[in-house]
Design a protein around this ligand. Structure first.
Ligand SMILES: NC(=O)c1ccc[n+]([C@@H]2O[C@H](COP(=O)([O-])OP(=O)(O)OC[C@H]3O[C@@H](n4cnc5c(N)ncnc54)[C@H](O)[C@@H]3O)[C@@H](O)[C@H]2O)c1
Ligand SMILES: [Fe+2]
Length: 389
């Protein structure tokens, strides 16, 4: 028997219209002044007004902050905090993809915290004595099926010009999450692909996480991968397919619950420098290193990837663990190709000369690399980036 612990968001609603599901959830917390944290793309998609109308219909005062930038820079997070303080917000709603939801988490925390954000990066660095009364009530409504941020205690921030750091602390678990697949039917194809693959990587890395993998995270990762592998091709073929969008949104959330407890590894560690230095969308950067990282890991640790092949790749069982692991990695590469994602680093302007800096920065992602099945070295990271070029 191996001891483990597991945490998630206490209240989750799936399948109702977001506006209808959110209003009673928020009302239960007694807050009168609510700030919605979102971005211009989500506003343009027409997703904010119905939620605002439902909340104002309850007599609440609502302020929409729509200036979140993708891969939120620290200064933009602090600007959102200032807006919430000016408005005297009593509760925060994140409405959007990972960028608005991560910003919303930090706004809910920093409105109440005396501790500066710069000292919060890392795992469990939030000093509760510096957050009198705890964070503001926090609710999340995802509009991408990718990060699972609605159920993770993680907020990723771009610090300085070129490094992505995470605040990882249970205080960031939201009070409630509302999942409405209809909010995702208007996602552009490339965002559907990138965010969907990100979600699959969360499930794969949770299932193969070295340190805190456990029976609950395994069950969630398996269910997530099943739904995502089934939903992604259908959502790509027809963005209005509500059943496919539902599979994706649920799969992304289950993957989020899995990796919140069994954290991601080297795929994310090597993807972050690509995103930070070259402003490549998070899911695309993951795709760029996915095959080479998995092949590196599977060379010495094929078993768990072979198990995932049994889940997703029909036929072919009975081969060696190594060959089954290879079939799983081939399956993932074919899936990303079918989604039209070209993963080559050179396609986003990265050249051979950039690789040492990428490898150096990847080695700084110690929070993630400690979860990786196989020890990652600078030389191995450089070789992986070379393969991905
Ligand atoms: N907190 C976590 O656990 C976690 C996990 C993985 C990644 N992340 C972080 O999340 C961020 C990425 O989030 P993301 O991939 O969801 O993308 P995103 O939030 O940056 O959004 C990408 C684009 O999609 C648009 N968009 C979002 N929903 C839309 C919709 N329904 N219709 C039309 N357009 C829409 C946005 O306006 C934006 O332009 C990164 O900063 C990443 O590091 C966080
Ligand atoms: Fe991710």
């Amino acid at each position: 028997m191996t001891a483990f612990s597991f945490q998630t968001v206490p209240s989750i609603k799936f399948g109702e219209p977001a506006a209808e599901a959110l209003a009673p959830m928020v009302a239960g917390f007694g807050a009168q002044r609510l700030m919605i944290v979102t971005d211009p793309g989500v506003v343009d998609a027409g997703l904010v007004t119905p939620v605002t109308d439902a909340l104002t219909g309850l007599g609440l005062k609502v302020h929409v902050y729509d200036d979140v930038e993708a891969d939120p820079p620290e200064a933009k997070v602090l600007a959102a905090v200032a807006a919430a303080q000016d408005f005297e917000a009593e509760a925060i709603v994140g409405l959007g993809g990972g960028s608005p939801m991560d910003t919303a988490k930090l706004v809910a925390l920093l409105c109440r915290a005396k501790q500066p954000l710069s000292t919060m990066y890392g795992v469990a660095q939030v000093d509760r004595s510096q957050v009198p009364g705890g964070r503001l009530p926090l609710f999340q409504v995802p509009t991408t099926a990718g990060t699972g941020s609605e159920v993770t205690p993680i907020a990723i921030v771009t610090v300085g010009a070129e490094i992505k750091l995470g605040v990882v602390d249970p205080i960031l678990y939201a009070d409630g999450a509302v999942l409405d697949p209809s909010l995702t039917t208007g996602l552009p194809k490339h965002v559907t692909a990138h965010t969907g693959i990100d979600a699959m990587v969360h499930a794969i890395e949770a299932y193969t996480s070295k340190i805190r993998k456990n029976p609950l995270s395994d069950g969630l990762a398996v269910q997530a991968l099943t739904l995502l592998a089934r939903g992604l091709p259908r959502a790509m073929a027809n963005g209005s397919d509500l059943s496919a969008r539902g599979d994706m949104l649920l799969g992304a959330m289950l993957a989020g619950q899995a990796f919140a407890n069994a954290p991601v590894g080297a795929v994310h560690a090597l993807a972050y420098p690509i995103g930070a230095l070259f402003h490549v969308p998070h899911g695309l950067s993951n795709t760029q290193v996915l095959g080479p990282v998995l092949r590196f890991n599977a060379e010495t640790h094929p078993r768990l990837y072979a198990e995932l092949a049994d889940l997703l790749v029909p036929g072919g069982s009975g081969g060696s663990e190594g060959s089954r692991a290879g079939q799983f990695i081939d399956f993932m590469e074919q899936l990303t190709a079918d989604c039209g994602v070209n993963p080559r680093l050179r396609e986003v302007g990265i050249s051979h000369n950039d690789l040492p800096k990428l490898a150096e920065d990847a080695m700084k992602q110690t929070r993630l690399l400690q979860n990786n099945l196989r020890e990652m070295t600078y030389d191995a990271a450089l070789a992986i980036y070379s393969k991905a070029l």
